[in-house]
Each structure stands twice: as C-alpha cells, then as structure tokens.
Ligand binder design. Sequence first.
Ligand code: ADQ
Length: 469
Amino acid sequence: MARLVCVSNRISLPRKSAAPGGLAVGILSALKRTGGLWFGWGGETIEHDPGDPDIHIREGVTYATIELKQNEYELYYNGYSNDLLWPLFHYFLRGMRYSNEERDAYESVNRLFAQKLLPLLQPQDLVWVHDYHLIPLGRLLREMGVQRPIGFFLHIPFPNIEMLRVLPSYAELLNDLTHYDVVGFQTENDLKGFHSGIEYLFGAEAIRPDGRIRVGDRLLRAEVFPIGVDVDGVQAEAVAATDTDVVRRMIDSLMSRSLMIGVDRLDYSKGLVERFSAYQHFLETYPDNIGRITYIQIAPLSRTDVRAYADIRKSLEQAAGRTNWRFADTDWTPIRYLNRNFPHGTLSGFLRAANVGVVTPLRDGMNLVAKEFVAAQDPENPGVLILSNLAGAARELVSALLVNPYDTRAVSHAMQTALSMPLPERRERHAAMLDVIKRNDISTWTRRFVEALEQSQREEARVRVVGKK
Ligand code: ADQ
C-alpha cells in the first residue's frame, strides 16, 4: 500500500495541553488511521539557514519538522499567508496591502519545503499538501522531478475570480493549483469559485464535460471533499469528560443556569464581536433570561504577531466588558470569556453540557466546532446549534438554526428560540444533523481524498501506456 505523506505549514506534535486548529485535527485523524509521514514547520525560527528535518515517531506517525529563518517566517507566514491570502479568501478586503517582498518570501519558503521534503519521499508515496500557505509546493516538487500523485486540499473558502483578481499574483496562484493531480475544496461554492478562475484565465474549454480540468499537458480533478469529524471519538470523549473534575466544576458553577457556548480560535473571521453584540441584544430584548443563562466563550489566541489579531482581541475584551458591566450581578456573570486552550476531551465535555452552541463566523471554510457540538450532544436530550449560513458547515447542517451572523436581531432571536425549543424538536433536528455528520465523518473525508489521488495515478499510468503505443 502507498504511504501517505501530508504536508502542512505547521505541525503539532501531540501534546496534552496543545489545542490544534481545524487543519491539525483533520490531518492527525487521517494519518493515525493509515500511518505515514507528516512534514512541516515545527514552530521554531532561527537566524541561520535551516538544516535537515528533525524526525519524531509517535503512535505510528512519523513527524518531520523543519525550522524557518525568522525574517522569512515573518514575511511568508505573518505577511503573505495570514495578512493577505487569509483575509482575501474570506472576502475581507479592508486594509488590504500587497508586498512583493512577502510574495518572494512565500515562493522561497515553499521552495525550502520542497527541497527538504524531497529526500524523504519514497517511490510509492501519495503526497497530500494542505492549505493556502503551500499553494506553489506542487509545482516546485514537479520541477524537482517528483512524478508521484500530489493532491492539494484548501481548508478555507476559495473566492470567486472577481475577488481573487484583486491579488496581483492571482494568475500564478491559479496556475500553481493546476500542477496538482487533485485539488479539493470544502463546498460546491468554493469549487465554483475555482472554476470561475480557471475559466477566466484559461477559457471555458479548460473545464471538460467530465469535470476534469485540462491546462496544457496537465489534467487535474477539482472536487468537493467536505471535511468531517471523528463522530464516535468526540462522542466517547464527551461522555468520558462529563465525569472529570474540570467539567464537573464548570457545570456546578452554572448553579443550574442554562449554558450557551462558543469555541473558536480568536480570529476576526469567526464573528465574535458580532456575536457578543447579539448576546447583549438578546439580554435586552428577552430580559427574562437575565440571571438565568451563562454564555461561555472559549477563544484561544492565535496569530498574535499579525496586527488585525491584536485589534480584534482588544475589541472583544471591550465588548465582553460592556455586557458584563451592564448586566453582571454579585452572583452572575453574563459572559465568561476565556482565552485558553483546553485538551480536546475537556472541550467535548463542555460542548456536551451546553444547551446552545453558537457558531457564527462571518465566513468559514467548514467549521469543525459546529460538527463537534452535534457529535458531543446527548441524543436523548440534545442542545441546539445556532449556525452561520456563511460557514461551509451550513451546507450540510441544514437542521441547525441558520442565521446571518451580521444580523444582530436575527441572532438574538435564534438564541431565544434555541433556549425555548421543545424536546421533540431538539431531538428531531439533532438526529438529522447526527446522521449527516456520521455519513460524512473524518475517515470518509480521508478515504475519498486518498482514493481520488490513487485514481489520478491510475489515469496517469493509462495515459503513459497509451502515449507509448
Ligand atoms: P479553524 O479556523 O482552526 O480551521 P475550526 O474548523 O473550527 O477552525 O477548527 C478548530 C478546531 O480546533 C476544532 O477541532 C476545535 O475543537 C479545536 N479548538 C478550538 N479551540 C480550542 C481550544 N481552546 N482548545 C482545544 N481545541 C480547540 C480551518 C478552517 C475551517 C475548517 C478547518 C478544517 O478555517 O473552516 O473547518 O480548518 O478544515
């Protein structure tokens, strides 16, 4: 069997206190099932040129980590990836700026990834590259002679060409994507965005009737692979966590009040400021809830070196402060706002204890927390999910209370509806969503992507045989 090689910007070695983002959760679940290699940056920056990768083996997975030069990391990661591509792909243009120096660093760090990965590759490997930091990697590996199938999965949205071409280097970006054998997106919408770009750059005829894309002598499959969660694992974790001290203490501290919960990386795309406003509006509009509900928002800090992230942090502290200042009492705090990491199991226990889960990003590729919330619930007495219709997950979780996250009144109304929803309706909605996430769980996601890569390899072999005749 072929070995799976996953490549991502950042690698998180398994640690108890670590809180991996969505991408790490997905890759780890994939690799733990099949074994294989995970290659990427280990989180250290240095002043001299990076050496050979460090190799660690844990639970059947080999981790190969490299270091990055501090100044290149600054330009490639904080700059080009997270201050340009991330906002652009999430349709946030305010304050956009483009720097050629950052663009060059993006290319050169991708080249470094290719150079350091190359000696580790074996003849039977399937290479699976993850996310917007590494779009050029497929082309660079091909230039270095790699002929094995290489796939790319984008965890975040892919914008329509009208948005994408704001980027001066949009043509290179699209062209780079055509060097992969398989390009995967979270939703149909993202695939449509990609098609709009291909059509704009290469003409409508590049998209063949069978859906494959032909550019020059390259033929690729671009498809939708919505990422899922380990439903049984989250369920088991959530049940086990209910008896732990930390979850018990949290539940006891509620003093029988209802619990509303949000869990997000601290990121402006997650709609936290808007959510806090909606909660304040909810307390004003439905005052019977005052003193009867606690809203816990868990939001570990991320990308703290990027200015926009420092700004959002300040806005949120102010917004939480305003609501607590206005409504708090000696024995009640309306919002408990925690910038902390928790072990995944503990988080699942918190989700299970919640009557309402609020997941209201302004734009999100998928959003795994929405799916984890559904998986963690007790099916006999489930909580209600309020979900942004601008999250990829809304395409599948149509039985959630779907809201526009910018609409304060609608979100606050959904909070009231969720808290007063009768048990039969809660069960019905939950059962429908559980069914969806079980049918498309994390192992389905991995299997479908790997099968698509294997299939591309067979097609490639056929083309070679036919070509020889
Ligand atoms: P993220 O933007 O990181 O992922 P998300 O999909 O919600 O967002 O995943 C976050 C993951 O981190 C979840 O598994 C969650 O449980 C975990 N997590 C969050 N806060 C935590 C904490 N305090 N402690 C422990 N764990 C925590 C990106 C895209 C998403 C896409 C994923 C996967 O932005 O749209 O769904 O990749 O493709």
